[in-house]
Ligand binder design. Structure first.
Ligand SMILES: [Zn+2]
Length: 185
């Protein structure tokens, strides 16, 4: 089921999300719906707050954006109750966007390597290290469950330039070519 993506303005996007318990009802359905919603919107990651659910879960598929010879380096994975343990490596800049903030892009600097613990859909625990595009998408999605958005990490001038668009968005004036839920103040 494709769910509507909540856009900028909704308080759920600014909240620290709650852990998922191992008896969470219909977790498999939620994960499936999150993947469908992400693919429908041509995204590489989607976090639960983006579908209005303040829970610590996100899905990632970077295989889509890897070059043909690098496909094996991509990941398709669900991260539940993740905890970032360490971010290392040289910070690098990349132009990010967000399904919850349609039509806005900007350069964000993030450390190159991230180590985190998480559980999968069967509540098996993992500790893993990612780099490059995998790390970046994980960091972006992790920010979502911490109630943070990539626009907060833009340079001050860029922030100024997009403020008008953001204000309009939060006032309900926004469109996208996928299903969205527009905030009505
Ligand atoms: Zn996002």
């Amino acid at each position: 089921m494709i769910m509507p993506i909540y856009v900028y303005g909704f308080p759920v996007l600014k909240k620290v999300a709650e852990p998922i318990s191992n008896d969470y009802p219909e977790l498999g359905d939620l994960i499936e719906n999150m993947y469908q919603t992400m693919y429908n919107a041509k995204g590489v990651g989607l976090a639960a707050p983006q579908v209005g659910l303040s829970k610590r879960i996100f899905v990632v598929d970077t295989i889509q954006v890897m070059k043909e010879e690098d496909k094996h380096k991509g990941i398709k994975k669900v991260f539940i109750n993740p905890q970032i343990l360490e971010e290392t490596g040289n910070p690098w800049s990349y132009e990010e966007g967000c399904l919850s903030i349609p039509n806005i892009h900007g350069d964000v600097e993030r450390p190159a390597v991230v180590t985190l613990t998480y559980v999968d859909e069967n509540f098996n625990e993992f500790t893993e290290t990612y780099e490059g595009m995998n790390a970046r998408v994980i960091q972006h999605e992790y920010d979502h469950i911490q109630g943070k958005l990539f626009i907060e990490k833009l340079k001050p001038l860029k922030k100024k330039l997009i403020q008008g668009k953001l204000n309009k968005m939060a006032a309900g004036n926004v469109t996208a070519d996928y299903k969205i839920k527009v905030f009505k103040p």
